[in-house]
Design a protein around this ligand. Sequence first.
Ligand code: MN
Length: 197
Amino acid sequence: MKEILPINGSFELMTLPYETETLGVISGNTFTFHHGKHLKAYVDNMNKMLPGSGLEGLSLTEVVRKAEGGLFNNAGQVLNHTMYFEQFGTANHEPEGKIKDLITRDFGSIDAFRKEFEQKGATLFGSGWIWLSLNAEGKLVITQEANAGNPVRSGLQPLLTFDVWEHAYYLDFQNRRTDYLSALWQIVDWKVIDHRL
Ligand code: MN
């Protein structure tokens, strides 16, 4: 994954790499709030907390690895949302190439992987994130992270994530988290995931 660095001491709000109305599944209204309000607030809060933290000038990933308390909560949410929003698009909705080979090797099939990923997302209690990562042995693992958690804190290399905070789906799916999780596969751009390997 490319390093995200601060500019003059501050991180910028990431730009969505697609027209939100073109994706379907997730409405433009949800993007307006999720990206423009929720993520923007995490970016602004992180930038306010960085001076004096001892973590000034580090990449976003390094801040997430080292921060604690409120700075960790906000920086973690910035990294999590950046990976979440960047992985969607209007093409490449089926795994290809190396990522496809790894998923088939470690989960048996693409369908078996999707089923386990959705099931772990459905059973995560409260707010958090579901992740596909590479571990130190090069094996794919699915983990649940509460609140702002990110697998880089456990030495994993994160590849794919679904946000299961209610703000990610409530406007479009109300309480139907499982419908939201199964619908997201329609907008994942697997070329982005493959490039994170
Ligand atoms: Mn979110």
